[in-house]
Design a protein around this ligand. Structure first.
Ligand SMILES: Cc1cc2nc3c(=O)[nH]c(=O)nc-3n(C[C@H](O)[C@H](O)[C@H](O)COP(=O)(O)OP(=O)(O)OC[C@H]3O[C@@H](n4cnc5c(N)ncnc54)[C@H](O)[C@@H]3O)c2cc1C
Length: 363
């Protein structure tokens, strides 16, 4: 295990926040990680004289603990006082093939897009719409990543974890993962309990294109290469690159806010506002969320409040996608991002009576 103290985390979060942590620990195998939680039978790593007898190695590391992947859904709001863990378990392997179904396993520290490349190049359907999402395979299963009408939960077979309560490895079936919109039990009720070691995905040799979302079908057809996992992947990457900032050039963490789900009467207020502003024919973008609720794109609400392309110190709102807050100069502080977040929330609340909540996890 590689352990560094007072580690600079600027390169470990795609927002490019210049923060540090007391301790940073990277491991290469599940055994290496679980050995942190082994109680020595007698004696201890430091010997009885240092008062560490019977303690697990994990007890000797600064608290609190945080596990990160590529840091692409995180906003560090300051220096982290404890230990940040990161997995270097990187592999992709085929486990089985039968009846058109192919099971593959990816180590938690594998770049998610490497998994997408592997599947596309091997003609396997299931992850092509999720191409180009930053981050790592372990976090992808934690986050229930989604894009262009697909979510990883639909192809997760099982998630292999270390359980910090039973101090043992555990394989969790997809139906036990508590998946919801961009969430799972790993982020909610069981946060901090399970550390993902690898993810098993169920791909298909049978064509299963999902092209209904956005302009995906037009993009695939325009390329004229037929409909294959690889051609869909290329179309998805083209659309993403045209509208999302590349974190290696402009710091960001993707969609900053969740799309609010509001009661129908709140939507009526928004609709009246829009019709009075743009005329009776104007259609507010929205989706029926069932049970009398409506989902409204947060990007639309933010744009209506005049934030698109606006700058606030070194932070800003991306001009092509107002749902994305950016580190304009590369020197934005956490406080500048937080101030911008607060201003946006306040103006959407004042204009529409709707409260936005961040999707990006604040650390
Ligand atoms: C430009 C851009 C575009 C994006 N587009 C999309 C998109 O289209 N769809 C989408 O869903 N998301 C999108 N995102 C958000 C982000 O890429 C995903 O949420 C991604 O899955 C985060 O992965 P990560 O490895 O960076 O995880 P991190 O941000 O480091 O961590 C995310 C969460 O996972 C936990 N975690 C990380 N690794 C482990 C592990 N091994 N075991 C247990 N818990 C762990 C962390 O504690 C944290 O709670 C985008 C982000 C950016 C910057």
């Amino acid at each position: 295990m590689k352990i560094e103290y007072n580690k600079d985390l600027t390169g470990c979060n795609t927002f490019g926040m210049r923060v540090s942590c007391s301790c940073f620990a990277e491991y290469d195998t599940p055994e290496e990680y679980s050995s942190l939680y082994c109680v020595p039978p007698d004696g201890s790593p430091g010997g009885t004289s240092s008062g560490t007898a019977g303690k697990m190695p994990a007890d000797l590391l600064p608290k609190p603990f945080l596990h990160i992947g590529g840091g692409s859904n995180l906003l560090f709001t300051g220096d982290f006082p404890g230990t940040v863990f990161h997995s270097r378990i990187r592999f992709i392997r085929e486990l089985s093939r039968s009846g058109g179904n192919v099971l593959i396993e990816a180590g938690a520290g594998t770049l998610w897009d490497d998994v997408c490349v592997f599947c596309a190049e091997n003609g396997l359907w299931g992850v092509e719409n999720l191409s180009g999402i930053p981050g790592e395979a372990g976090a992808a299963a934690v986050q229930n990543i989604g894009a262009y009408g697909a979510e990883i939960k639909d192809i997760v077979e099982e998630v292999k974890c270390f359980d910090a309560v039973t101090l043992s490895m555990k394989t969790i079936k997809a139906e036990e993962c508590g998946y919801g919109y961009r969430t799972s039990m790993f982020k909610e009720g069981a946060k901090g309990r399970y550390t993902v070691m690898s993810v098993v995905l169920r791909l298909s040799e049978t064509p299963k294109p999902r092209l209904e979302y956005g302009h995906l079908r037009e993009a695939v057809e325009a390329a004229g290469a037929g409909i294959t996992p690889l051609s869909v992947r290329h179309a998805v990457l083209g659309i993403r690159n045209a509208k999302l900032p590349d974190p290696s050039k402009i710091g960001n963490a993707g969609s900053f806010f969740k799309n609010p789900v509001v009661p129908k009467f709140s939507f009526d207020i928004v609709e009246n506002y829009a019709k009075s502003r743009y005329g009776d024919d104007y259609e507010v973008p929205h989706f029926d969320a069932g049970s009398g609720f409506v989902k409204i794109p947060a990007a639309w609400l933010i744009e209506q409040c005049g934030w698109k392309g606006k700058r606030h110190g070194n932070a800003g709102v991306y001009e092509k996608q107002p749902l994305v807050l950016i580190n304009v100069t590369g020197t934005a502080t956490p406080q500048e991002i937080l101030d911008l977040e607060r201003k946006i929330i306040n103006s959407v609340e004042t204009t529409f009576g709707i409260g936005l909540t961040p999707e990006v996890e604040h650390i």
